[in-house]
Design a protein around this ligand. Structure first.
Ligand SMILES: Cc1ncc(COP(=O)(O)O)c(C=O)c1O
Length: 409
């Protein structure tokens, strides 16, 4: 599925050899949030000796060689001036979603964006007023709280329902909140638990939003690493009225481990809202392309499929390891199998109560840093999020340390 004018360096790599995801790379030297800082603005600083970092959501894998080769060429070129996305850029985005997700957004609906969260902020600022209500479904990616409240909008929290170790929608509660909402910020697939919402679930949400005139921002950043037979359903693909009310925010950054060279795309089917949003983003000078981010997106989407297929297999095996290991050696911890992403949500509620905070317990007693479920808002208490986007032996070492810490309680 490479596009006609994919660089030769990328095309040469289509039938890639086995990627070595087992290799360990030193990430300290380039200021990695995950390894060098162990801290971000959404959670407290974590300190400790020899901390094994299995928390923030990037992976410890090199991007596809095709991407690296092209970025290296660009770096060697040495002139990093202004750059723009041309029509071919949008064809590449369209082709990616058509092939991987059976969704073919019209080219004219696609807008450039620097990354997902700035896009969400721009949409909220453009289409709501301070004091307007925004629905989020917790537990959820914590910057959703910041982007709503930090922009003076009112957070309306629709708690997901935990049923048989999976999350389900609480549509009754959603309906109650809908009366006071202008926007619904949907996470699809859902972070932290990796739920891929079904067509029926999305249609039910759409019905309520339609009746209450609610716009939908859908954050699809985790859609590409698909682990179950639930395919990724893009919200706007379910019906014309869903498409008309939605802003679909996409990026290759989780998929190909490109968070440090970001570039994103927003699909807005409604012409008037698209023009309004573009004007607002232009007024905030958000639409210039990042020299490396634009290239990384184009090469990853045009030639990264074989790499992604291998990555998905590796991540799936890591998740199997977590589930099997937890069943035997992590009493009191129940992993939730994700449909998508490289994140595993661990239910440790009883342990959390027993040790007075399970995340801190694992930092102090196991030297393993996981994300505290409390960060994800109501419903996250007692859970921890484990990032399995790392070499398997490192993951196994983390699990073994956690097991020893529990055994010595
Ligand atoms: C659900 C979700 N949305 C957005 C982001 C961040 O996207 P960006 O870096 O493009 O703003 C993340 C990163 O972890 C995420 O998990």
């Amino acid at each position: 599925m490479a596009c006609a004018d994919t660089p030769a360096s990328a095309l040469g790599q289509r039938n890639i050899a086995e990627v070595d995801f087992d290799q360990i790379h030193d990430r300290q030297q380039f200021g990695s949030v995950k390894w060098a800082n162990q801290w971000d603005e959404f959670s407290p600083r974590v300190e400790g000796e020899d901390l094994l970092s299995l928390w923030t959501a990037d992976m410890d894998f090199r991007a596809p060689e095709t991407v690296i080769a092209r970025l290296r060429e660009a770096a060697d070129h040495g002139i990093y001036g202004y750059t723009r996305r041309d029509p071919r850029h949008y064809e590449i985005v369209q082709s990616w979603f058509a092939h991987r997700h059976n969704w073919s957004p019209k080219l004219e609906t696609l807008l450039p964006a620097p990354a997902i969260m700035p896009s969400v902020a721009a949409i909220l600022r453009t289409f709501t007023k301070p004091g307007d209500g925004v629905i989020v479904q917790s537990p959820v990616y914590s910057p959703y709280f910041e982007v709503v409240q930090g922009n003076g909008r009112v957070l309306l929290t629709n708690r997901l329902r935990l049923q048989n170790n999976r999350y389900e929608l609480d549509l009754e509660d959603f309906e109650k909140l809908a009366g006071g909402a202008k926007v619904f910020l949907l996470c699809n697939p859902h972070n932290p638990a990796g739920m891929a919402w079904t067509r029926e679930e999305l249609a039910a949400l759409n019905d309520i939003c339609e009746r209450h005139g609610i716009l939908v921002i859908s954050d699809d950043i985790h859609c590409d690493i698909r682990l179950s037979d639930r395919s990724h359903i893009v919200f706007s693909s379910i019906s014309d009225d869903a498409a008309d009310k939605s802003f679909i925010c996409t990026a290759p950054t989780k998929t190909f481990n490109l968070a440090g060279v970001p570039s994103a795309t927003i699909s807005v089917a409604n012409r008037k809202r698209r023009e309004t949003l573009l004007a607002a983003m232009q007024a905030s000078f958000m639409v210039n392309a990042n020299f490396f981010g634009r290239l990384a997106l184009e090469v990853a989407y045009s030639a990264g499929s074989p790499w992604l297929d291998q990555l998905t297999g590796y991540v799936a095996s890591n998740i199997d390891l977590v589930c099997e290991f937890a069943g035997e050696y992590l009493p009191g911890i129940t992993p939730m199998r994700p449909d998508a992403s490289f994140l595993v949500w661990l239910d440790a509620r009883a342990l959390d109560r027993r040790v007075g905070g399970i995340q801190k317990f694992f930092v102090d007693r196991a030297g393993v840093n996981l994300y505290d479920g409390r960060v994800y808002g109501p419903g996250g208490e007692g859970f921890i999020r484990l990032n399995v986007g790392c070499p398997r032996h490192l993951l196994r070492r983390g699990l073994e340390r956690m097991s020893s810490a529990l055994a010595s309680m």
